[in-house]
Structures are given as structure tokens and as C-alpha cells.
Design a protein around this ligand. Structure first.
Ligand code: ATP
Ligand code: MG
Length: 175
């Protein structure tokens, strides 16, 4: 069994900026920061799955038809219960909804139970964040997205390690 999820993975340059942003926000406070290499946006969580399910999920990912898009990370917030400090878009672009929907439809076709919580596009910067303040607008970090990936989550004593197993390209605009 493998613990898998579909995600968007930022280029390291952007992840480093986001990591610094998290550090600045929690300066004088506290929180368990996500290291730059681990910062990501989850599209769909598969959980622990066997090889047959993984094959089905990969096949359905290959059928995804979504245009490349840009994402403005301009919204910084914190969910009080979990203390999750996050950045995300203020409005989720249509292409991101389509990507999530197509992946979930494919997973449902593989027999996967649909996620019940509404989708909230975000990248976690820290957990148990203090202070944990309501969402506010920040200077946008623009992220050009032209691919998505399947990731394996390895649970280690020192925290999660993520391994990108495979990537799929989004459709490039023809101009
Ligand atoms: P850890 O659980 O070790 O603290 P993590 O939550 O980042 O670290 P995973 O639990 O493997 O690692 O999760 C991988 C990704 O999937 C994370 O982005 C996580 O937020 C997301 N995720 C985990 N469980 C679910 C779930 N039940 N529904 C939706 N997304 C989930
Ligand atoms: Mg987890």
C-alpha cells in the first residue's frame, strides 16, 4: 500500500519565498513550519491505496483535459482549529476547479469515495500557528501552472517526506 495524493508542486524558488513569508508572519509567534521542499497544493487525496488502484488513478489522470493557468497566491489565512497557516488564491480559477473535478471524477470511477469537505485551494505554510489570524490580502505571488503530479507521502519520525512519482502536462495555450 502507498499513501498517495495529486498535487501542484511549486518551483523551489517560489517555495522558498513562501517559506520566508511563513517565517515573517509567525515572527515572535510560534508554529511548526513546512520546509520549502514540502510546500504544495493538494488537488485530491487518495489515501493508502494498492497497486491496482494506483494504476486506475494514473490512467484517469492521463485523461485529464485542462488548460495551463496562472494562480495568484494573494490570500493569507489561518484555520483556528488546526492552526494551519496557509496561502491561496482569493478566487479559485476555473481551470483549477476543472482539474480537481476531473481528478475526483476519475477517482470515483476507480471506486474511491468522494471527499465530503468542500475543496479549499491552499498551500500549508505552518501548523499550530500562533498567532492564528483571519484571512487577509497580501502581495500576490504569481505561479504559472502547466503540470500536476502524483505524490507519495512517506511518514517518517521527523515528519512527512513527499516523493513525486509522476507528472502530467496541462494543455498549453496555442498563441
Ligand atoms: P502529516 O500527516 O505527516 O502531518 P501531511 O498531512 O502533509 O503530513 P499526508 O497526511 O500524507 O501528509 O497528506 C498529504 C496531503 O494530503 C497533505 O496536503 C494533506 O493536507 C492532504 N490530506 C491528508 N488527508 C486528507 C484528507 N482526508 N482529505 C483531503 N486532503 C488530505
Ligand atoms: Mg496528514
Amino acid at each position: 500500500m502507498q499513501r498517495l495524493f495529486f498535487a501542484l508542486w511549486p518551483p523551489l524558488e517560489l517555495s522558498r519565498k513562501l517559506f520566508r513569508l511563513g517565517g515573517n508572519v509567525l515572527k515572535g509567534g510560534a508554529g511548526r513550519h513546512v520546509v520549502a521542499e514540502n510546500i504544495h497544493l493538494t488537488l485530491a487525496f487518495l489515501g493508502s491505496v494498492n497497486a491496482t488502484f494506483r494504476e486506475c488513478a494514473e490512467l484517469s489522470a492521463s485523461n485529464v483535459q485542462v488548460d495551463a493557468f496562472s494562480l495568484d497566491l494573494e490570500w493569507l489565512g489561518c484555520w483556528p482549529k488546526s492552526g494551519i497557516l496557509w496561502v491561496g488564491p482569493e478566487l479559485t480559477p476555473k481551470a483549477l476547479w476543472q482539474l480537481v473535478q476531473q481528478l475526483n471524477a476519475g477517482l470515483a470511477g476507480c471506486g474511491h469515495e468522494a471527499e465530503k469537505r468542500p475543496y479549499a485551494a491552499h498551500l500549508t505554510l505552518a501548523r499550530n500557528a500562533r498567532p492564528c489570524l483571519p484571512a487577509r490580502v497580501i502581495d500576490a505571488h504569481r505561479w504559472e501552472i502547466d503540470r500536476f503530479c502524483l505524490v507519495q507521502s512517506h511518514t517518517l519520525r521527523e515528519g512527512a517526506r513527499y516523493e513525486i512519482l509522476r507528472e502530467w502536462k496541462l494543455i498549453k495555450p496555442t498563441t
